[in-house]
Unconditional design. Structure first.
Length: 582
């Protein structure tokens, strides 16, 4: 557990605008910065980044968070890795984790360790491989040595419906289903992987999070992956990345191939910088993760129709992420060849030569567009420009976009002064459309709502909140109570960025985000926020006094009761008269 004091200090030193701008093109819009949301497709920017709040929020899809959360969501980092990444940018050293409290330790001890379950399963599969002459012969037939099998921790799942039962006495536990090792179907349980060569899928930190299995003989499916689990999300992970890191660093490039066997076969022949997507199309997370660890990204696909379709999908995903300084390339092997067969047939040097000759992203893009247009005719050139427009608009790297735009102008015989207009490109890296008008929000009229909006403009006011006087039936009250509780638990001054992180998943978070948006629309200055806060406190005090007066009025039975009622009523009238109009 990283101390809140360290996280607070880190978030105070890091500027979220700088962090987000590493991945998203932003422009200034009033007090905030806006851009196209990287988490969903949109044409008009609704993604807002606040430098003062150190907070991002998309008004289109609702994603939000601080700098730590952004790296976790966009760059697919774990929590600790995101903190370390930010800390390294500002020269801070992440402290050693704090020990858990006895209560937390006891709760953690009761929970099944999903990572330990996967490690245990991998050890079982590896042991079974050593026993299976059939599986060993299969791997030898594919040209693999024991050294490579050990490096990638390969194993074998026996042809047994419940082989894991001998490893896990708690075979009926739900955790085995939860991590995808066991299938529960119509009251029956059985192993998911049977009679398959097993490829453990490792996280960036080297923990086993899933498996891929390749059937030995003919059968369907040929390859089977673990399902989505709490540990494994295939759109975020890449097979072989932990083993390939050193080779990627040495080569200055990473190869993205389509299958497990491609990765291990290339490694067998000395090409150790290859990784594979896990039975899914390339995702933005895959691309951004790899661009962080290398200077050049090369997609390697079969040269058939399916391979070219997969490459085109990878290109579309890469366009908004491609930086000026890191080339993205596409290598197409001859038909009926894949990296596994090619490197075995032609050797490492021939394969590496092909890698060096791989098409650049711009070459692949323009060649594909040219193949669908007849540039000898005016109509064909017009079609070429029209088809190019949506792809060029996705490119955020200014130099790359300029170079490709100039080439489109040359091929289409359009003057430089006209091509930007035809492609609907801005004159400089900006947005061609203004930020959308925010939909009117029918805000509550309660004093608790006023408290909340004022508080979000100045969190130092949190100590003045008295939960006992608030209307407990209101959502804004629950939000105020949650903020107060986080403040009481924190040893440091509470910031909005840390508050949002601390309340991740809390049911009141949506109310807080609405109030934050409302406060932004009001453009509260600090003095105005304090004035509004005090006004709301006075309204709550008046409400409390009125309830007390009503109770006293209902039980007047003596002269003393009457005197007390009159005194309290006078104080109430004076406070009511002193309250400024809203």
């Amino acid at each position: 557990m990283i101390p809140d004091s360290f996280k607070q200090d880190l978030l105070n030193r890091v500027d979220i605008v700088d962090v987000v701008q590493r991945y998203v093109q932003l422009r200034k819009a009033g007090a905030n910065y806006v851009g196209l949301c990287p988490f969903h497709n949109e044409k008009t920017p609704s993604f807002s980044v606040s430098s003062t709040k150190q907070f991002y929020h998309c008004f289109g899809c609702g994603v939000h968070g601080n700098a730590i959360g952004f790296l976790m969501a966009y760059a697919s980092m774990g929590y600790v890795d995101a903190v370390k990444d930010l800390a390294s940018q500002v020269g801070m050293q992440v402290p050693e984790p704090q020990p858990r409290s006895p209560e937390e330790a006891a709760r953690k001890e009761r929970e099944p360790d999903l990572y330990a379950i996967m490690e245990k399963a991998m050890a079982f599969y590896r042991a079974e491989l050593k026993k299976s002459a059939r599986a060993i012969d299969y791997l030898k037939g594919r040209g693999l040595t024991g050294e490579i099998a050990a490096r990638y921790r390969m194993g074998y799942a026996p042809d047994d419906w419940q082989a894991l039962k001998g490893v896990f006495p708690e075979y009926e536990e739900k955790s085995l289903v939860e991590v995808g090792l066991v299938v529960q179907n119509e009251g029956k349980r059985y192993d998911r992987f049977r009679d398959r060569v097993m490829f453990p899928i490792l996280s960036a930190r080297g923990a086993v999070i899933g498996f891929g299995g390749r059937i030995l003989d003919k059968g369907e499916p040929k390859y089977m992956n673990s399902p989505e689990t709490p540990l494994f999300e295939k759109g975020r992970e890449l097979y072989g990345l932990p083993q390939a890191r050193d080779a990627i660093r040495a080569a200055g490039r990473v190869l993205v191939v389509e299958g497990y066997m491609d990765v291990v076969a290339l490694a067998q022949y000395g090409v150790g910088n290859a990784v594979a997507t896990l039975g899914t199309a390339t995702t933005p997370i895959h691309v951004s993760k790899l661009l962080r660890v290398t200077e050049e990204l090369v997609f390697c696909f079969d040269g058939d129709t399916a391979g070219r379709k997969a490459a085109w999908r990878a290109l579309e995903v890469s366009l908004p992420l491609a930086p000026d300084q890191k080339p993205i390339r596409f290598l197409f092997l001859p038909e009926a060849e894949d990296p596994d067969t090619y490197v075995r047939k032609h050797g490492r040097d021939a394969f590496e030569a092909r890698v060096r000759e791989a098409e650049t992203l711009s070459q692949f893009l323009l060649a594909q567009l040219r193949s669908e247009s007849d540039l000898r005719t005016a109509e064909g050139r017009a079609r070429f420009v029209s088809m190019a427009k949506p792809y060029i608009q996705k490119i955020t790297a200014p130099a790359l976009r300029l170079q490709i735009t100039n080439e489109i102008a040359r091929l289409s015989q359009v003057g430089d002064g006209e091509i930007n207009r035809l492609l609907e490109l801005p004159r400089r890296p900006s947005f061609s459309r203004p930020a959308p008008r925010r939909a009117a929000y029918d805000a509550p009229t309660s004093p608790e709502w006023s408290l909340l909006t004022a508080l979000l403009a100045d969190l130092s006011l949190v100590e003045h909140i008295d939960a006992g006087r608030l209307d407990t039936e209101r959502a804004e009250t629950r939000a105020l109570v949650a903020i107060r509780q986080k403040w009481e638990q924190s040893d440091e001054a509470l910031s909005f960025a840390l508050l949002i992180e601390a309340l991740g998943g809390h049911p009141c978070l949506e109310t807080i985000l609405k109030a934050q948006r409302y406060a932004e629309d009001l453009a509260f200055e600090a003095d105005a926020a304090r004035s509004e806060f005090q006004h709301a406190l006075t309204q709550i005090d008046l409400r409390h006094r009125k309830l007390e007066l009503d109770r006293l009025r209902g039980r007047l039975s003596s002269k003393e009761d009457l005197v007390a009622f009159q005194e309290k009523n006078l104080a109430y009238k004076r406070l009511q008269g002193a309250l400024p109009s809203a």
